[in-house]
Structure formats: structure tokens, C-alpha cells
Write a protein that binds this ligand. Structure first.
Ligand SMILES: [Zn+2]
Length: 125
């Protein structure tokens, strides 16, 4: 017997969606209208991955909020009921997504220069 995916969520329009995929399906969840659906944690991760460079993104439990890191920009704060709408609004006002914040990208690992490493507190010489 095939188990079904247990994912469900809020459509943002006062209704719930239920995933019609199998329990182990890959990728996004799919509702009974064939729309891709994301759980809040997933959707938040994706938004941060796409917009983290310019925006801080948060989910309040009912609303999706994106705040631009530059306090002097136009359209500093976007608030929408669903992650899809937030994405649409961000693209309208800011163009294509700039990517993740620099601190989230894998960067070069700093190599300690021999002789310059400070002694650990309590280390014996
Ligand atoms: Zn699913």
C-alpha cells in the first residue's frame, strides 16, 4: 500500500492545502490543483536563498515579511500572506533575486599563518 505525503498548510486565502504526493516524493509538495506547495520552513529557506543578499525574510506565523537591508531604499518592507506573493512583490520592486547573503555562501577557509597564531589561554610555552 502506498502511503501519502502528510504535508499540509495554509493557502493564505483561509483554506488549507493537502499534498497529494506519495510519502517519499522528491521536490515540492503538490496540492490537488497541481500547484507546488512549500512548508513554511522550506519556503523560508528558499526565500532566504534567493533574497538574502538584499533582504531579511521572516514568517510571522500568518504573514511573510521581507525587509531590505538598506534603510534608504524604496519599498523597504514587503508583507504578503504567502511566500509566492512575497516573491512576486520582491521581483516587481527589486528585479531578479540577488542570491543568498554572502555569509551563507561557502567561502575560502582562512589559513592560519605559521608563527602568527596567538597562544591559547593557559597553554604552556
Ligand atoms: Zn508532499
Amino acid at each position: 500500500m502506498t502511503r501519502l505525503c502528510a504535508a499540509q498548510g495554509d493557502t493564505g486565502r483561509g483554506e488549507r492545502w493537502y499534498c497529494i504526493g506519495r510519502a517519499d516524493h522528491p521536490g515540492a509538495h503538490t496540492d490537488d490543483h497541481g500547484r507546488a506547495r512549500y512548508l513554511p520552513g522550506q519556503a523560508l529557506q528558499e526565500l532566504v536563498h534567493r533574497w538574502g543578499r538584499t533582504h531579511r525574510v521572516a514568517y510571522t506565523g500568518t504573514l511573510w515579511v521581507a525587509v531590505h537591508r538598506d534603510p534608504h531604499t524604496h519599498w523597504r518592507t514587503e508583507i504578503e500572506p504567502t511566500p509566492e506573493l512575497l516573491e512576486v512583490r520582491l521581483r516587481e520592486h527589486h528585479g531578479p533575486p540577488p542570491g543568498p547573503a554572502p555569509e551563507l555562501e561557502p567561502g575560502p577557509v582562512p589559513v592560519p599563518v605559521p608563527g602568527s597564531v596567538p597562544r591559547q589561554r593557559g597553554a604552556t610555552p
